[in-house]
Design a protein around this ligand. Structure first.
Ligand SMILES: [Ca+2]
Ligand SMILES: [Ca+2]
Ligand SMILES: [Ca+2]
Length: 383
């Protein structure tokens, strides 16, 4: 049921291909609910170094000088995420926008582009998934999206919430919610009463203001926020970006055809879950376009997808630059595109004679570039 509504909303809503310009383009990451880390390869490395910067967005280095990214962010030089800032220019005329498979009922072209860089960055080659991921498959998502603020935010949402598309968001203070029930209420005053005038206490004991003493100052904060109960919660972005990985699970069994402006993608979907999330539950945000989805099948890491789009709530604060629980990430299912990728790469032949000649980063050329961001809105099923 929900799938139907989402698909309809994605198709019917005005998908925004916005010119997104920011003064800071020096890095970007998926937002992870449980950490602001994950900016280096995990112990079981899926291929973190192959995730590179493409302007203010992300691309994946496949091997043999080939790069794969989202078509809507455009082709061009890539910059490695290894601290050297080594940049590799695109080989002129090497770009191929990929096609949806015949018979898929989708548009001819899709939101993926494959191209070559002029020199070998010396990174390993990736394996592209030959078969789709199943429901609940645990995946790693990685990209150069906005960093998040440290503290989780809760909003009261009015307007037509929870249906319709005119939502009015008001940030709430749940400071007095010392028992973390999601509401400032009697559970919190009970804790305060139990520890009344005690010192050496923590927030969980009722010390709301952090002076370690439970007293009328804490009670006053609880009173001021009494009854506050959030409708939605999530994270606001910082202005900085970093390549970061997170985890999630596929929550669609087959691929979905998702329309992004003029093209369709055959996509897998993840949802940013507050409860029952994975260890590093994550959501793609602005800057993650072109990032990768990695999956370990029978002990072998695969590149299973490319991050293309997100679905966010109506009038969501910070748009696609923030992450609210319930948001979704749409990821091209590369098993649908593998045959074309492999045929293009094979036709060009390998090139072992090119030495690795990294050029210095030219960050000034990248800053201020117009970058398309695809936004999708959907209306959440309630209850
Ligand atoms: Ca409470
Ligand atoms: Ca106190
Ligand atoms: Ca999830």
């Amino acid at each position: 049921m929900l799938c139907t509504r989402v698909s309809r909303c994605l198709a019917g809503a005005a998908l925004v291909a916005a010119a997104f310009v920011s003064g800071s383009r020096d890095g970007q990451a998926v937002m992870v609910a449980t950490t602001t880390g994950n900016t280096t390869a995990p112990a079981d490395d899926f291929g973190f170094a192959n995730v590179v910067r493409r302007g203010g967005m992300t691309a994946i280095y496949l091997g043999d000088r080939w790069v794969l990214t989202a078509a809507h962010i455009g082709v061009g030089a890539i910059t490695l995420n290894d601290g050297t800032g080594a940049t590799y220019q695109m080989e002129a005329g090497s770009a191929h926008q990929l096609h949806n498979p015949a018979g898929s009922g989708a548009t001819d072209l899709t939101d993926l582009v494959l191209y070559r860089v002029v020199a070998d960055p010396g990174l390993p080659s990736l394996t592209i998934s030959a078969s789709p991921l199943g429901f609940n498959a645990k995946v790693f998502l990685v990209g150069q999206g906005y960093d998040r603020q440290e503290t989780q935010v809760t909003w009261d949402v009015g307007g037509t919430y929870p249906s319709g598309d005119e939502w009015a968001w008001t940030e709430l203070s749940l400071l007095g919610d010392v028992d973390l029930s999601g509401r400032v209420d009697q559970g919190d005053t009970s804790r305060i009463a139990k520890n009344w005038l005690q010192s050496g206490r923590t927030r969980a004991d009722g010390d709301v203001n952090g002076d370690t003493v439970v007293d009328e100052l804490d009670l006053a904060i609880v009173a001021a926020n009494w009854g506050n109960e959030g409708d939605e919660s999530g994270f606001k972005p910082l202005s900085t970006k970093t390549i970061r990985w997170g985890t999630n699970q596929i929550d669609s069994s087959s691929y979905e055809k998702v329309t992004l402006g003029a093209v369709d993608i055959l996509a897998k979907r993840t949802t940013f879950d507050e409860e029952y999330g994975t260890e590093y539950e994550c959501q793609a945000v602005t800057g993650d376009s072109g990032g990768g989805m990695f999956y370990k099948r029978d002990g072998q890491w695969e590149l299973a997808g490319i991050l293309n789009a997100v679905a966010i709530f109506p009038d969501q604060p910070n748009g696609a630059s923030g992450a609210v629980f319930g948001n979704r990430t749409y990821i091209s299912d590369l098993s649908q595109y593998r045959a074309e990728i492999v045929s293009i790469m094979a036709a060009a032949g390998g090139d072992a004679t090119l030495a690795a000649i990294p050029e210095p980063a030219v960050l000034t050329l990248l800053s201020g570039a117009a970058i398309a961001v695809l936004l999708a809105r959907w209306v959440r099923r309630h209850g």
